[in-house]
Unconditional design. Structure first.
Length: 495
């Protein structure tokens, strides 16, 4: 373990979460960050840029689970699946695709290599910027003291311990996959999504338990890779938390591609059999397959960290309660990322971490604004959303005009043989301010940016409509949708 260079002298408890000695500035501040994921390393980069002394403690590797086992590897695997889907669906373009097969060892090897390379890049960056890294297990011994045990030492977790004192502590410990009691993953047949990249052969029949974002993404990807897939959904549709029109498109695509979706079916247990797995539903029905993926959400990794003993308030779910500038209930202690339960997105985690440091070190900072956060489901097609939802409009919670433009009417989509998807915009009645949008299309994660910028900067449909779009392009559907929301007299002039 590398010595942090942080002294062991007590600093006492801060009475305010902001610096009080403006003569010394942030350089006088010692910051300890628990967790090296997006929230942790982005916060560290902000803090050292502002002159603070920063020690970051990470148990598994820089980038955290996001880089090593979650976001980076899953999207790398999905990239291969998307390529196979494009090739297999290209007959209408005059291309004879034949049969493409995947070498799973090579695929997973590439995935692990990419994740490792990204982790190394992050580590090198934070070290070059002056952040002190410690690898080990961290626990709060008080609001402003962190004990770090050397997990790699000769005595394991109970080996050498470092005692770090800090004026500011950031909790960014992330979350871990939720398990079904009695059906814990074994890494061979019963799998969490973090174990998929160790497989040496493609599952013959993958049973995916959970129809949220993670379950839908892997169901889509493994079907494209050539697996038989059964998706077990406890709700009446796939992606129950997403736009209903988008979910309907995806369900139709899943059905057409041969994915079996079992709606209103809750898994009670999963067990190994002689040649695979058996998933028992609460109805008593049994679904068999070669492998099962448990994708039923995540739980925060906040247990046994000394948080409650230090006075930090936790929700019943175990998430750290924070305000819009990432403060916890204890002055000088902040939290960011999946352990807060705000939104399980790497972009949100990173912004929470940055906001925490800007606030702690006395910089001007805008509170986190969730209404301008864009999110994406990496299925095929992708589903990207930002701002208000269809549900909030239909319930009357938000007044909005809505336009829904099928992707099939777009010239570029016709050229590429794309038929599934749409663009949807929500605008405020009368003034036309863009309140939100949905894009269902290949690379929707890229296409949603103009809508996000419109929401962030309160642009109107008129302003979007009068913006030049390339012809032909999929993004042209965004300006076309905006034109349909313009007042009729303006639209006539623009036409």
């Amino acid at each position: 373990m590398q010595d942090s260079g942080v002294t062991n002298s007590s600093t006492g408890s801060a009475s305010d979460s902001e610096p009080t000695d403006t003569t010394e500035g942030p350089a006088a501040y010692r910051i300890v960050i628990l967790g090296g994921g997006p929230a942790g390393y982005e916060a560290a980069l902000v803090a050292v840029e502002l002159g603070a002394s920063v020690t970051l403690v990470e148990r598994d590797g820089m980038g955290g689970a996001c880089v090593l086992t979650d976001c980076v590897p899953s999207k790398a695997l999905i990239a291969t699946a998307e390529l196979l889907t494009s090739v297999s669906g290209s007959d209408s373009l005059g291309f004879s695709s034949g049969s493409a097969r995947v070498d799973v060892d090579r695929l997973n090897g590439r995935v692990r290599e990419l994740a490792g390379a990204q982790s190394d890049d992050i580590r090198n960056r934070v070290v070059e910027e002056g952040v002190t890294l410690l690898q080990g297990r961290a626990r709060l011994a008080g609001p402003h003291r962190v004990d770090v045990s050397d997990a790699d030492g000769p005595d394991g977790p109970d080996g050498e311990t470092h005692h770090l004192e800090a004026e500011v502590v950031l909790i960014a410990v992330g979350a871990t996959p939720r398990e079904i009691p009695g059906s814990e993953p074994d890494g061979e047949r019963i799998l969490s999504w973090r174990q998929l990249y160790e497989l040496h052969e493609l599952p013959d029949h993958l049973v995916v338990v959970g129809s949220g974002v993670t379950g839908a993404e892997f169901a889509s990807a493994y079907r494209a890779l050539g697996c038989e897939v059964t998706l077990v959904s406890s709700r009446d549709r796939v992606l129950p938390g997403e736009d209903p029109d988008a979910a309907a498109v995806l369900e139709e695509v899943f059905s057409r591609r041969g994915i079996t979706v079992l709606g209103k079916s809750r898994a009670e247990s999963a067990a190994r059999t002689d040649d695979g797995v058996a998933v028992t539903l609460t109805s008593g029905d049994v679904v068999t397959g070669s492998h099962v993926l448990i994708a039923v959400g995540s739980i925060p990794q906040t247990a046994d960290l000394g948080l409650e003993e230090a006075g930090i308030r936790l929700a019943e779910s175990g998430h750290v309660e924070v305000d819009r500038v990432s403060r916890t209930s204890v002055p000088g202690v902040y939290a960011a990322g999946d352990c807060t339960g705000v939104l399980p997105l790497a972009s949100v985690a990173a912004m929470q971490g940055r906001i925490a440091m800007w606030h702690a070190l006395g910089e001007a900072v805008a509170p986190l604004r969730l209404s301008a956060v864009s999110a994406n489901v990496f299925t095929d097609p992708e589903i990207a959303t930002v701002g208000v939802s269809q549900e909030s409009v239909e319930s009357g919670a938000v007044a909005a005009e809505v336009v829904h433009l099928p992707l099939a009417t777009n010239a570029r989509a016709k050229m590429e043989g794309l038929k599934d998807g749409f663009v949807k915009l929500f605008v405020r009645p009368g003034v036309g301010t863009v309140l939100g949008g949905v894009v269902v299309a290949p690379r929707a994660s890229e296409l949603i940016l103009p809508v996000t910028m419109a929401v962030q900067h309160s642009l109107t449909a008129d302003q979007v409509a009068h913006t030049f779009a390339i012809y032909p392009s999929l993004s042209g559907s965004l300006t076309e949708a905006a034109r349909q929301l313009m007042p009729h007299e303006d639209a006539a002039v623009a036409g």
